[in-house]
Design a protein around this ligand. Structure first.
Ligand code: GDP
Ligand code: GDP
Length: 436
């Protein structure tokens, strides 16, 4: 189901990223461990009481070398477009500036719920100046201190009060939700159009669950799919749509709602740094992944070129070793028919359940084949394993001491599980837990 989205807007240095990091907390990022892939701290999940929502730091979306006022206007527009509730952040040590008033006007016109927070109110005496902020017209201003963690609870109480009632439409278990991500011009819109025009595909548009985004429903055989709209697919002609950070933001949002993510690569231009970054997000989110090498018509393709290209893809995307690779051309529709089966199979594997009995037969065979390691004279003992979740398949292995289960042994178990059950197209997760 779609989560509510909150965006933080404000001038540079008012403390947006300080607040963002505080609300998001210490999330462990898998992406940071992948060479060449750095985490953009612009979009992340946050929690308050029993609400889970997504938070955008619009300050992290740099918009070229534009003057401050232009940048701020665009960041405010992004917040208005993307968020359900906007936190408008001011610096309590500087009062209301002309730029603040400018942003206030835009936010005011948008009719989006705005929560006004005045930051850097580190001590109680400063709170006496809070009244001047009423003049902005957003009701009660919340005095906060991002660096000391003061006042955030009251502010968040007000934020969650404004959350919309979201529809449950996306809880449809039978439908496969997928999105296409990739650099501008890899052929995302072309591929969507090609799929929609395929024979025996029935298409219907779903009006935006998220503002002006439009998802498309298609049916092939007796399987329903929904293609989630992504930036670059339906261009709305806004200035900031061309910026890299904005397309990353839209990709992250599309990934979040997907069962399967198609990572598109351009066969003509080859693999670029940005491709790895985008693919890293899909992997980290725990979604099923299919790698699609598009524009295959531009390559003088024989069996050998395909093998070569595959080796190259595998070398660049080692963490996606579970993802199948589909070579096709959106333009000529060559090999297009191989895509839907790859999506369907990845999705089935993503929600596959293995019974505890069968799983333990495999684990015990693995143990017999490769005895557990010893660390400082102590041997890892594996008692049993069980699958605790799907999407992605998640296993808990009960052991004498989780510290004794190192990466390499976990990897060995993962390989054995994959050998036995496939799981092509989906990441799987394995946790070790103590049991005497
Ligand atoms: P951003 O540009 O809006 O993202 O602002 P940052 O989060 O980078 O913060 C700008 C500066 O203000 C940093 O030096 C922060 O340490 C500082 N800062 C942030 N919150 C507070 C606060 O509550 N009190 C004080 N005194 N300084 C703060
Ligand atoms: P998007 O920005 O990812 O949505 O990319 P588009 O779908 O707009 O495609 C970008 C350009 O690549 C357009 O000029 C397309 O005609 C072209 N293109 C897309 N798919 C193919 C393909 O399979 N083969 C070739 N030769 N060109 C393609």
């Amino acid at each position: 189901m779609r989560k509510s989205v909150v965006a933080i807007v404000g001038r540079p240095n008012v403390g947006k990223s300080t607040i963002f990091n505080r609300l998001v907390g210490e999330r462990i990022s898998i992406v940071e461990d992948i060479p060449g892939v750095t985490r953009d701290r612009i979009y992340s999940q946050a929690e308050w009481l029993n609400h889970t929502f997504n938070l955008i730091d619009t300050g992290g979306i740099e918009i070229g070398d534009e003057p401050l006022l232009v940048q701020m206007r665009q960041q405010a527009e992004i917040a208005i477009d993307e968020a359900d509730v906007i936190i408008f952040l001011l610096n309590g040590r500087e009062g209301i500036t002309a730029a603040d008033e400018e942003v206030a006007k835009l936010l005011y016109k948008s009719n989006k719920p705005v929560v006004l927070a005045v930051n850097k109110m580190d001590n109680p005496e400063m709170r006496e100046n809070i009244y001047e902020y009423y003049s902005l017209g957003f009701g009660e201003p919340f005095p906060i201190s991002g660096s000391h963690g003061l006042g955030l609870g009251d502010m968040l109480d007000d934020v969650v009060r404004h959350f919309p009632q979201l529809d449950e439409e996306e809880d449809d278990e039978e439908t496969i939700y997928f999105s296409l991500i990739g650099r501008p011009n890899v052929g995302k819109s072309s591929l969507v159009n090609a799929m929609l025009n395929e024979e025996r595909v029935i298409v219907s548009e779903i009006e935006g669950t998220t503002r002006d985004a439009v998802d498309t429903r298609l049916t092939k055989g007796d399987q329903d799919f929904v293609i989630i709209d992504t930036a670059g697919m339906r261009k709305r002609g806004k200035v900031y749509e061309a910026t890299e950070k904005y397309s990353v933001l839209r990709a992250l949002r599309a990934i979040e709602r997907s069962d399967v993510v198609l990572v598109l690569i351009d066969a003509e231009t080859g693999i670029r740094e940005q491709d790895k970054k985008i693919a890293g997000y899909a992997h980290e989110a725990g979604r099923a992944v299919v790698i699609v090498v598009n524009k295959w018509d531009t390559v003088n393709a024989g069996e050998k070129t395909m093998k070569e290209f595959e080796t190259n893809v595998r070398a660049h995307f080692q963490y996606l070793d579970y993802a199948p690779i589909v070579f096709l051309s959106a333009k000529t529709k060559k090999r297009l028919h191989t895509l839907i089966p790859a999506i369907t199979s990845a999705s089935e594997n993503h929600s596959k359940r293995i019974s505890t009995n069968v799983l333990n037969d495999v684990i015990m065979d693995a143990l017999a084949m490769n005895p557990t390691p010893t660390v400082k004279g102590r041997r890892l003992k594996v008692l049993y394993a069980t699958q605790v979740a799907v999407k992605p398949p998640t296993f808990v292995v009960f052991v004498n001491d989780p510290d004794l289960m190192h990466f390499s042994y976990r990897r060995f178990l993962e390989n054995k599980i994959r050998d036995a059950f496939g799981f092509v197209g989906t990441p799987i997760r394995i946790f070790a837990r103590r049991r005497q």
